[in-house]
Design a protein around this ligand. Structure first.
Ligand code: IVH
Length: 674
């Protein structure tokens, strides 16, 4: 009986471990989660009946075991060292020079380095004896760490048994435990839902999860691991280069990072560093730099160690993405549509590679959610190219009586009342074009690349021109003269001529760009394109009422109302006329003539069409000027029914509205489309 159970347990373990490997390492699972779970249950039951048969590599260890009183201490046979850091290319070339000097590399000779991302997690040592994971320990102080074997076993991408027929007697590998961004977000969601405090960052989340005395809790967090170096090895000759070691470890089924590269010389290293810096946001996990390791193990041995760091490796660190600073004040910026955006004025701080003195606070809800108060100590974050933001408050440093941030009742620029409409997430200045800030932002938008694309007229210059009183509205741009421009500081004759030329050149545009450039509230690039496409001319758009606007694909009641309101405003119409008088022009789209053919007709589509979707049919009819309605009434011109139509056909028959089939619809379209 036991014999049979033993065999079954061994086979189930093997199968389950194989599935985990396919899923986590190879990324190509061959069974469904449900099938996996069923096999897992089977194994659990067998082990419950025969507890003495539970093996150290059993996948059931992955769900965690009973909590520990405390962690045992583990003395590292080979100390776990740290790395020297470099922050500039110069420091990296200094490192390379000292490596070449020590190795007595011949004149002009280059050293080969293996570049690996520097994972932002916790260093771990894993000890496999005869292929079985027997111990996992944290780095601790480098000499003594903590035994976290139960917790490490819950990491499903890590093999509990090496995938090899001839495992080394001892294989100690080192690597990094981390939490990927998706698991971090997931963990925080469930912590918040349970009313607990979320983790500050993925590194803390990984550390917190790994140092759980109750490994069942660790099992609930999805941790990851990549191995990157060797500790004690017995009974086998390790490969002769860092690159080959990683391949070797990967061959044992151990997870290794594939974002690595052999780089010859420091320039190649720096190129890879810049490459990874760009890839950083796409990796799905946090890294804080690139580690360069002399690839050749003989050279590594020759170089040796300082007291705590190897001479054969260096970590080229990324600029920190977060920094602590003082929130001096909160001001409100007025946007093109009057929206008031809170902006943090900060004690300047170096973060993400630049000095930051302003950061967005997004909106009032965000301020409330993060409980940001005036004069708080805050953490500023600037990741990649994104706009710097206040990530959170250091509450421990808050001074007594710190004042909350309130939305001002009046516009800080024009003093018009500020209103927050029902259902609108933002509060707005009601000043419209009487507000200088709204006008100025409108000009920036008009000139911007995706709108009129006026070369050389950036935000800074618009601000300068507004401040000098040279432009108050969009059409003022076309009244600028060379003398006015050259009177501005830092504006030479050449720049002035260039600007006037690009203003002239950009007058020739498309209807979609022009409509987008007008800055109508709620009309983005896509909306403007849809309007231009549908109506074909500016006159037609200006004449459209809300009902006809809503027949345009992707244009809903909110946008329609904004469009109508914009063109109903006499100032706006006068400005458009002025622009056209100045020579702004765009070709009228040819389609207009065709479009009118089905004007005045209202159709209803029902059932399943075979040659196109109902949506496509609707668009085609609308493009020809027809209305397409969702319900049949006396006003319906005709109903076109595809397969298995519903009650609409009966309704049509009762109202004497003609009902046609798909062929007839096809014929109607063919007849009228050019
Ligand atoms: S190699 C002799 N490679 O960085 C030291 N370390 O600052 C061997 N780290 O404690 C370390 N990614 O936790 C190495 N690809 C990588 C790494 C890496 C992250 C961490 C590791 C180490 C710390 C040193």
């Amino acid at each position: 009986m036991t014999d049979k159970a033993e065999k079954q347990i061994a086979e189930l373990s093997k199968t389950l471990n194989e599935h985990l490997y396919r899923y986590h390492v190879q990324d190509s699972p061959t069974v469904s989660d449900a099938e996996y779970d069923a096999l897992f249950k089977q194994l659990e039951q067998l082990e419950a009946q025969h507890p003495h048969l539970i093996k150290p590599d059993s996948p059931t260890h992955r769900v965690g075991g009973p909590p520990l009183e405390g962690f045992e201490q583990v003395k590292h046979k080979v100390p776990m060292l740290s790395l020297n850091n470099a922050f500039t290319f110069e420091e990296l070339s200094d490192f390379d020079r000292s490596v070449r000097e020590r190795l007595e590399t011949e004149e002009g000779g280059e050293v080969t380095y293996l570049a690996e991302p520097k994972l932002d997690g916790l260093a771990i040592s894993l000890r496999y004896e005869s292929g079985i994971l027997v111990q996992a320990a944290t780095r601790g102080d480098g000499t003594t760490g903590e035994n976290v074997t139960d917790n490490i076993r819950t990491i499903s991408m890590l093999p509990l048994k090496l995938r090899t027929k001839k495992p080394p007697a001892v294989l100690e590998v080192r690597g990094e435990v981390f939490m990927d961004t998706a698991s971090f977000d997931e963990s925080n969601k469930s912590l918040i839902a349970a009313g607990d405090k979320p983790f500050v960052n993925p590194r803390n989340a990984a550390a917190g999860s790994l140092r759980q005395l109750d490994s069942r809790k660790t099992a609930k967090r999805r941790l990851s691991i990549y191995v990157y170096s060797l500790g004690e090895v017995e009974g086998v000759e390790a490969p002769a280069s860092q690159f080959k070691i990683l391949q070797w470890l990967s061959g044992f089924g151990l997870p290794t990072n594939t974002e690595i590269k052999e780089c010859i010389g420091p320039e190649a290293c720096f190129k890879f560093y810049e490459f990874i810096l760009k890839r950083r946001p796409l990796l799905g996990y946090d890294i804080d730099g690139v580690v360069f390791k002399v690839d050749d193990m003989i050279q590594q041995r020759e170089l040796g160690f300082r007291s705590r760091t190897p001479r054969w490796a260096i970590a080229q660190k990324f600029p920190a993405e977060e920094a602590q600073t003082q929130l001096l004040d909160v001001e409100f910026q007025v946007g093109r549509t009057g929206a008031l955006t809170p902006v943090a004025r900060l004690e300047p701080v170096f973060v993400g590679g630049v000095t930051v003195s302003n950061a967005t606070l997004h909106n009032m809800d965000e301020i409330e959610r993060k409980d940001i108060r005036r004069k708080d100590t805050v953490i500023v974050r600037r990741a990649g190219d994104v706009i710097p933001e206040v990530a959170r408050v250091v509450v421990e440093r808050r001074k007594k009586g710190a004042r909350k941030v309130k939305m001002p009742a009046r516009c800080p620029v024009c003093s018009s009342p500020v209103e927050r409409a029902d259902g609108d997430a933002v509060a707005r200045c009601t000043g419209g074009l009487s507000c200088a800030a709204q006008r100025r932002e409108g000009i920036k938008h008009y000139a911007s690349r995706r709108a009129m694309d006026i070369d050389g007229l950036g935000d800074k210059l618009v601000e300068q021109l507004s401040e000098a009183g040279l432009i108050n509205s969009i059409d003022d741009l076309y009244k600028l003269t060379a003398e006015q421009l050259t009177s501005l500081p830092r504006m030479g004759e050449k720049s002035a001529t260039n600007l006037l030329e690009s203003l002239e050149k950009a007058k020739q545009t498309t209807l979609a760009r022009f409509v987008f450039g007008l800055g109508i509230r709620d009309v983005g690039e896509g909306g403007a394109a849809a309007l231009a496409d549908h109506f074909g001319s500016l006159d037609a758009i200006m004449a459209a009422d809300e009902t006809s606007l809503e027949t345009v694909e992707d244009i809903g009641p909110v946008v329609s109302a904004s469009v109508v309101a914009f063109f109903a405003n006499a100032d706006n119409r006068a400005m458009i006329n002025a622009l056209i008088d100045h020579g702004v022009n765009f070709p009228v789209l040819e389609k207009a003539a065709v479009e009118q053919r089905l004007e005045g007709n209202t159709y209803v589509l029902t059932g399943t069409l075979s040659s196109m979707s109902r949506d496509q049919a609707k668009q085609k009819l609308q493009r020809l000027g027809a209305k397409v309605s969702g319900s049949v009434s006396k006003k319906t011109t005709a109903v076109y029914a595809g397969a298995s139509p519903g009650s609409k056909v009966t309704k049509a028959e009762s109202l004497n509205v003609p009902v046609f089939d798909e062929d007839a619809l096809q014929a109607l379209l063919n007849e009228n489309e050019l």
